[in-house]
Design a protein around this ligand. Structure first.
Ligand code: NAD
Ligand code: DAU
Length: 339
């Protein structure tokens, strides 16, 4: 089995590469990544040199390059993680989100069609469903929930999902889609809530909580997302969408306070800042379909996963300190200085 993992130098894709090489020692994994600001070869350092692993630098939206890669490698499966993934950046500069997330996905779909690939798996997000009210804890996103996006990021991911489904219906392309809730764990880029708060707290910097901190996210330990995708590409039904999440809902404030407590810091580090425009209130996944059809369940609950994650950031300071000492500083200044 030969799998092209796009975006494998990023957070979830990198974890997926590690997961698959360990779980399926006979599979060949080809990681294709453009190495944008979010891609990091240090995330792949543990597998560089592995006999079943190859890294290729390139853009999923570069049609000639993608066709050449498919022609040469003749992969069985494509798992598409490659994307611009940060909501705040999409509010600042939407265009690259359309280029990578929509055009890039369309190029991959065309390549899958041209080379009769056995499976194209699109890694999507629960953000395509929009948000849920904070006072209706009985409501969850199911696979039937209408798409209703809020940010340029989620609009680009929903557009990609529609294209994937169109290629299945019109061209009978063998596709699957997973829509996962917020991931956390190792190798998470420090622009996102959990790693940002860990890094800032360790450096005794202010912890910028948007708005009131009441927004709710449904946190999934990244290895549980990897195990879900592994099950879907092997046993999932063609043409189907699978929601992935494990009922680990927390308000942002609860998450930040947990990190403060685990690190022995003071809550006076919290600084309430101007809210994100269009800020989604609550995400919450109903994982019944993937549980009943594929037997998937998360192995790591939030209280354990957050401890493991904090330990990883303590044990791997070089990985994130190198990031936050680079161009990230001007990003941080731009996003947070006058907030
Ligand atoms: P990330 O930003 O950490 O990584 C994205 C990777 O894609 C990077 O390595 C980057 O270099 C690469 N990339 C970007 N543009 C590219 C291009 N044009 N060609 C090739 N590679 C390119 O993102 P992540 O958090 O790991 O998310 C991965 C996928 O999972 C995304 O599709 C995202 O929408 C989805 N997702 C993320 C979460 C989450 O909580 N992080 C949850 C659900 C779904
Ligand atoms: O739900 C899945 C999505 O989760 C993925 O599709 C996205 O790629 C991923 O980035 C993530 O999106 P969020 O917007 O939920 O993640 P983020 O870490 O940016 O923010 C989480 C919450 O924390 C959100 O309510 C905004 C808030 N926040 C975030 C940052 C960076 C803060 O309060 N302060 C911050 O500094």
């Amino acid at each position: 089995m030969k799998i092209i993992v796009t975006g494998g130098a990023g957070f979830i894709g990198g974890n997926f590469v590690h997961y698959m090489l360990a779980k399926h020692p006979s599979y060949r994994i080809i990681c294709l990544d453009l190495l944008t600001y979010a891609g990091n070869m240090e995330t792949l350092a543990p597998v560089v040199g592995h006999e079943n692993f190859t890294f290729v630098k390139g853009d999923i939206a570069d049609r000639a390059f993608i066709y050449q890669l498919f022609e040469t490698e003749k992969p069985d499966i494509i798992v598409n993680f490659a994307a611009e993934s940060h909501v705040d950046r999409s509010i600042e500069d939407p265009e690259i989100f359309l280029q990578t997330n929509v055009i890039g996905t369309s190029v991959l779909l065309d390549a899958c069609k041209k080379y009769s690939i056995k499976r194209f798996h699109q890694v999507s997000t629960d953000e395509v469903y929009g948000d849920l009210p904070l006072d209706r804890l009985d409501l969850f996103f199911t696979e039937e929930t209408p798409l209703h996006t809020s940010s340029p990021y989620s609009a680009s991911k929903a557009s990609a999902d529609l294209l994937v489904q169109a290629y299945h219906r019109t061209f009978k392309l063998p596709v699957t889609i997973s829509r996962c809730s917020n991931n956390y764990g190792s190798y998470h880029f420090p622009e996102k809530l959990i790693p940002l708060m860990i890094a800032n707290a360790l450096n005794d910097k202010k912890l910028p909580v948007y708005g009131t901190g009441d927004n709710v996210r449904d946190w999934l330990y990244v290895e549980d997302h990897c195990s879900a995708i592994d099950l879907i590409i092997h046993n999932g039904r063609i043409g189907e969408v699978y929601n992935v999440g494990g009922h680990n809902e927390r308000t942002n404030l609860e998450v930040v306070k947990t990190i403060i407590r685990e690190l022995g810091k003071d809550e006076n580090l919290i600084q309430y800042v101007t809210d994100r425009p269009g800020h989604d209130r609550r995400y919450a996944i109903d994982p019944t379909k993937i549980k009943t059809e594929l037997g998937w369940e998360p192995a790591t609950l939030f209280d354990e996963g957050i401890k493991k994650t904090i330990k990883w950031y303590l044990d791997n300071k070089a990985w994130w300190e190198r990031i936050i000492s680079g161009e990230y500083q001007s990003y941080y200044e731009k996003m947070y200085a006058d907030r």
